[in-house]
Design a binder for this molecule. Structure first.
Ligand SMILES: [Zn+2]
Length: 213
């Protein structure tokens, strides 16, 4: 179990005890980790597995997910989709988010997803709902964040976008600096405290990944 992923998931407040949550489960290590985090945080988890039928192992992945959920006592929805022509990775991503969104609306809840490290930087931060994102497993996080500019990380927090670039100091870490508009927004209730905390965590993870070792 990846403890740092769990700690980050817990600290972020994105996975809430007793609240329903759709977890996208591919069967890969990252998604199993995410499912484990959600279970340990006592979210009311419903798993979604999307089978694209693209690889010889697709049905084995589906079977693995069914067995895992059965063992964990988690409900699972399996959706089979046939993708059209084009960029299969992009089509698959679009398909699973559409399905997840539909299921999330049905269950009146958010959804959470994890991706593999082979994906692009955009997948480092994962959509939970219109304003919430979650970071993947620890190795992935450091690998991925190093490719992102601080501004790109900040931009993932859509409710903060109008405020970005307005802090007194250009390289504001949005901590204790005077004249920080994000701290001001938290104080006035416009930005939720845990959201700013998550942003600060991501920025500090990223600056740590700048080091040569
Ligand atoms: Zn600031």
């Amino acid at each position: 179990m990846q403890e740092r992923a769990f700690e980050l998931a817990r600290a972020s407040g994105l996975i809430r005890p007793g609240e329903p949550l759709i977890v996208l489960l591919s069967g890969g290590a990252d998604s199993v980790c995410l499912l484990d985090c959600a279970q340990r945080l006592d979210a009311r988890v419903h798993v979604l597995h999307v089978n694209y039928g693209l690889r010889p192992g697709s049905d084995a992945d589906e079977q693995f997910c069914r067995v895992l959920c059965d063992r964990m006592g988690v409900e699972i929805t399996v959706q089979r989709v046939a993708l059209g022509e084009g960029n299969l990775q992009a089509l698959a991503r679009q398909a699973r988010y559409e399905i997840a969104e539909r299921l999330a609306v049905e269950h009146s809840c958010d959804f959470a997803a994890a991706h593999t490290a082979s994906d692009q930087a955009e997948t480092v931060l994962y959509r939970l709902d219109d304003e919430s994102w979650i970071v993947d497993s620890p190795g992935m996080k450091e690998f991925g964040l190093a490719h992102l500019e601080p501004q790109e990380i900040e931009n993932a927090f859509i409710e903060m976008r109008p405020l970005l670039g307005q802090c007194r100091f250009r390289n504001c870490s949005h901590g204790v600096e005077p004249g920080c508009v994000l701290q001001g927004a938290v104080a006035s209730g416009a930005v939720r405290p845990w959201r700013l905390k998550l942003l600060q965590q991501l920025l500090s993870e990223r600056s740590r990944s700048d080091r040569p070792w």
